[in-house]
Ligand binder design. Structure first.
Ligand code: NAP
Ligand code: F7E
Length: 367
């Protein structure tokens, strides 16, 4: 049973004075503080790692999942299998397109921390569904911010901003670099980013933007380039695929390791003051370089297998991203340890195991 430690009255939106109890803190029976976090996008790469991190720190974790005809919770299923985490993990149906639903959830959960990780997150796809991407990735953030404001909570808010916002601006990019978005996705992220800053300035809300550069893992979606490459390496090695067709091999990215990046998100919300932070490795590699690293790790030569096709190119490309994470190091004490070559090796090894499991029905453990 949660026992509210303090409650306060809050003022509603639109001039109407609404009255409600906002629990600002809750305690476990033994007296240890129990933090409640709400994660949107909990079924995705980052959401699943963040849920693990927070459960490991003793949080009660609430996740918003979209209704879907087929289950898409494979990244978090293991958290339900362990009694120790299952009792503190709660999933709720919701959608960033449904502001009323978000408001109801925020009011009933009264989270201390909210991590807005949900998005239509694929840049190339955003050119195909720009209206939807703007609605979910952009307006979704303001729906959630309004839900928090309407509930009158003092929850701390994390917004998943993106290095894509820099677009065409040359590297290195830091918190002061001008945004020049090059896709509907990036434009939507710029909107959400500025909304988060504005709610901090206008209403004094504790909002942070993590401007995260590309971060990958064995849980990366299979149509992002790193995972597309490492999965192809594993299948080519197993003899079930012969070639890999990609788009622009010259694009350069600053690729880090997702489990380390969710730690940075958490640190932002633990700091005394809200702020915006670049999270990156500070190194950059081209898509061609990543191919070379991944294929070589499996003892293959990338040039024997990789072909290109303009159908995988974008109407406007982001050519070169290199983040400067010195503010995150200085203020949050956050530094990455897994660099791109090690990341490629982790992902190839994982995909080799997964392909082996798919082909031979063996269980090879969780990524
Ligand atoms: P991801 O794997 O694509 O996960 C996206 C999550 O959002 C999924 O759980 C998805 O649910 C959920 N979602 C999509 N549309 C939704 C909607 N309308 N309502 C509620 N939930 C919805 O993304 P990720 O790589 O973990 O990235 C997390 C966040 O960081 C995203 O906002 C992304 O744009 C941003 N970001 C990512 C990177 C990166 O390199 N990974 C870098 C910078 C910023 P389903 O499982 O149902 O699809
Ligand atoms: O593309 C090139 C492509 O789709 C990386 C998202 O998490 O990170 C991600 O966005 C590069 C681009 O990621 C293929 O043109 C070549 O230059 O893996 P990606 P992204 O677009 O950088 C940012 C930070 C986010 O915020 C996003 O949510 O690789 N590329 N050939 C290809 N890309 C894909 N997907 N497929 C190809 O065949």
């Amino acid at each position: 049973m949660l026992r509210p430690a303090s409650a306060r009255e809050a003022v509603g939106i639109g001039g109407a004075r609404l009255r409600w109890r906002a629990t600002t803190q809750a305690y476990r029976p033994e007296g240890r503080p129990l933090r409640r976090a709400l994660i949107t996008g909990i079924t995705g790469q980052d959401g699943s790692y963040l849920a693990e991190l927070l459960l490991g720190k003793g949080y009660e974790v609430h996740g918003i999942v979209r209704r879907s005809s087929s289950f898409n919770r494979h990244h978090i299923d293991h958290l339900h299998e362990r009694a120790e985490t299952a009792e503190r993990l709660h999933l709720h149906y919701g959608d960033l397109g449904d502001g009323v639903g978000l408001t109801n959830l925020v009011r009933s959960i009264t989270p201390h921390e909210v991590y807005n990780l949900a998005a239509q997150s694929h840049v190339a796809v955003s050119f195909e569904i720009p209206d939807y991407t703007g609605d979910v990735t952009g307006l979704g953030a303001i729906r959630l911010l309004e839900a928090l404001r309407a509930a009158g909570t003092d929850a701390r808010y994390y917004q998943a901003s993106s290095s894509e916002m820099y677009g065409n601006t040359p590297p290195p990019q830091d918190e002061t670099t001008i945004f020049h978005p090059r896709s509907p996705y990036a434009a939507a992220k710029v909107y959400a980013h500025h909304c988060s800053v504005n709610y901090r300035e206008a209403y004094g809300m504790f909002t942070c933007n993590g401007i995260l550069f590309n971060h990958e893992s064995p849980r990366r979606g299979e149509n992002f380039v790193t995972r597309k490459i490492t999965r192809a390496v594993a299948r080519i090695k197993a003899g079930v695929q012969s070639e890999l067709v990609l788009g622009n091999l010259d694009a350069r990215r600053d690729w880090g390791y997702a489990p380390e990046y969710v730690e940075a998100m958490w640190r932002m919300l633990q700091h005394d003051d809200p702020g915006d932070y670049v999270v990156a490795t500070g190194d950059s590699y081209s898509v061609r370089d990543f191919c070379e690293l991944a294929f070589a790790h499996a003892g293959l030569d990338w040039s024997d297998h990789v072909k290109t096709d303009v159908r995988y190119e974008r109407p406007s490309e982001v050519p070169d991203l290199i983040g400067d994470p010195s503010k995150a190091a200085r203020v949050l004490g956050w530094e990455p340890s897994v660099r791109t070559p090690a990341l490629a090796a982790i992902m190839v090894d994982s995909d080799i195991q997964k392909v082996d499991e798919e082909l031979h029905g063996r269980s090879s453990g969780r990524a």
